[in-house]
Design a protein around this ligand. Structure first.
Ligand code: UD1
Length: 416
């Protein structure tokens, strides 16, 4: 099992580029199932979650080939409409492909994705949405067996703007006769990216990015070339790394419009940033003011996927801060690890209260999930002495060779 060994205290310097977004790439890959024509997705990041989604397509009979930085996908002759347990269990987002498989085959058998490190993660909204499109679903023995022979457009009213449920229903509706309307849809930038991708192949989707999305079913999709959006969570992670470690860095491919909630908070920390043509320039001396309160919520609110990283930042900021996690019930598992490093954080229910300390100290800590794991790396960058972050496989799910990326801007971090 890989670990990161980090020697803290190095200032960061130089330029780093944000790679494509995992959370855009995953539903887009699922969307490829809907087309019988070749598709090329550019700048494919080698995050483990993306590799696993490729395996799901291959298991359905699709061809997935990497060439240069691109991914060539050919789903012209799919042979299966099933996702078995072993594949569904390694990637929760396998559930996104349910809508696409149904759209393509009008039937599907998909293993239940189950819970994960950050919470129970139910899929009731996905199921409710698909039922509104007249899909019959039997939920038995860990599998969802779906009959979509009588699928038609429908009106789906989501009780909560779930990202995955919105994407799943969009994907199911693209090749389904009639008009589908998703009310209280998620508004995340990745939803817009998915709609742009599908529309580029000939789908008819409007309203993505607002709370009402309309999809008019079409008979077929074309092929094409598409460049998924840059990863706003990686962008935010690099920004927070620079703020914590101090130094002078440029982050390329930083789309400010996707990160407004974070940038609003950053303004309150007395840090110097400049944004021009998707390049963010940051100057930080690592001495930051605490942000009074950070509360995660669906987009455009503060992203839950940056909660762990901002919590690490608050742990060395001057003053007291309150961080409220509203989306996932088990998303403070990084806190005991940060406390091992000297952070002063107490958690009650969904709220963490952080009293900033002057110094963190290197320790042997465990990554228990993707973003919580990366928060420990950020803490290691500023801690006195050496930090070992165990279970790096969690981090590899959504960052590619993070150690090389951070080393390229002056951090001292190696994989052991
Ligand atoms: C996606 C992102 C994830 C991010 C999350 C919230 C991907 C691959 N993952 O996950 O990184 O943290 O959005 O921005 O894009 N819920 C239900 N029933 C459902 C579905 C969701 O109760 O059927 C609840 C969840 O438990 C959670 C909340 O809704 O409390 C938000 O979840 P959701 O937006 O669906 O997140 P994901 O799509 O799983």
């Amino acid at each position: 099992m890989d670990k990161f060994l980090i020697k803290g205290g190095k200032k960061l310097k130089g330029s780093i580029k944000v790679t494509s977004a995992k959370n855009a790439y995953l539903p887009i890959l699922a969307g490829c199932i809907l087309s019988e024509k070749p598709i090329v997705l550019t700048d494919c990041p080698k995050y483990i979650d993306i590799i696993n989604m490729g395996k799901i397509l291959e298991n359905l009979g699709g061809k997935v080939k990497e060439s240069d930085e691109n991914l060539q996908i050919d789903c012209s002759s799919l042979t299966s409409s099933n996702i078995p347990q072993d594949l569904a269990s390694v990637l929760r987002s396998s559930i996104f492909s349910l809508g696409s498989i149904l759209g393509r085959f009008k039937r599907a058998k998909v293993a239940y994705p189950g819970g994960c490190e950050i919470g129970a993660r139910p899929i009731d909204l996905h199921i409710k949405g698909l039922k509104a499109l007249n899909v019959k679903i039997i939920d038995k023995h860990g599998y969802l067996t779906c009959d979509g022979r009588n699928m038609r457009g429908g009106r789906v009213n989501l009780d909560f703007p779930s990202v995955g449920a919105t994407e799943n229903i969009m994907l199911a509706a693209v090749l389904t006769k009639g008009e589908t309307e998703i009310i209280n849809a998620a508004k995340e930038p990745e939803i817009i990216d998915l709609a742009n991708f599908l529309n580029s192949l000939g789908a008819k989707i409007s309203g993505a990015g607002t709370s009402v999305i309309k999809i008019t079913g079409v008979k077929k999709l074309n092929g094409g070339v598409y460049s998924p959006m840059p990863d706003r969570i990686i962008a935010g992670t690099y920004l927070i790394a620079g703020m914590m470690a101090g130094g002078n860095i440029q982050i390329e491919n930083f789309r400010a419009e996707d990160n407004i909630a974070l940038l609003e908070k950053v303004k309150k920390t007395a840090c110097n940033i400049k944004l021009e043509n998707d390049i963010l320039t940051l100057k930080s001396d690592g001495r930051l003011k605490a942000i009074n309160k950070i509360e995660t919520s669906p987009y455009p609110g503060f992203p839950t996927d940056l909660q762990a990283q901002i919590l690490a930042l608050q742990s060395i900021s001057k003053g007291t801060s309150m961080v409220v996690e509203n989306l996932f019930e088990s998303r403070f598992k990084h806190v005991p690890e940060l406390v091992k490093m000297g952070a002063k954080i107490s958690v009650k229910d969904r709220t963490a209260v952080v009293h900033g300390v002057e110094k963190l100290y290197g320790a042997d800590v465990n990554a228990t999930d993707l973003r919580g794991g990366v928060a420990l790396v950020l803490a290691g960058l500023v801690a006195e002495g050496y930090t070992t972050v165990n279970n790096v496989r969690h981090i590899d799910r959504g960052y590619y060779q993070l150690e090389n990326q951070l080393s390229s801007i002056g951090a001292e971090i190696t994989r052991i």
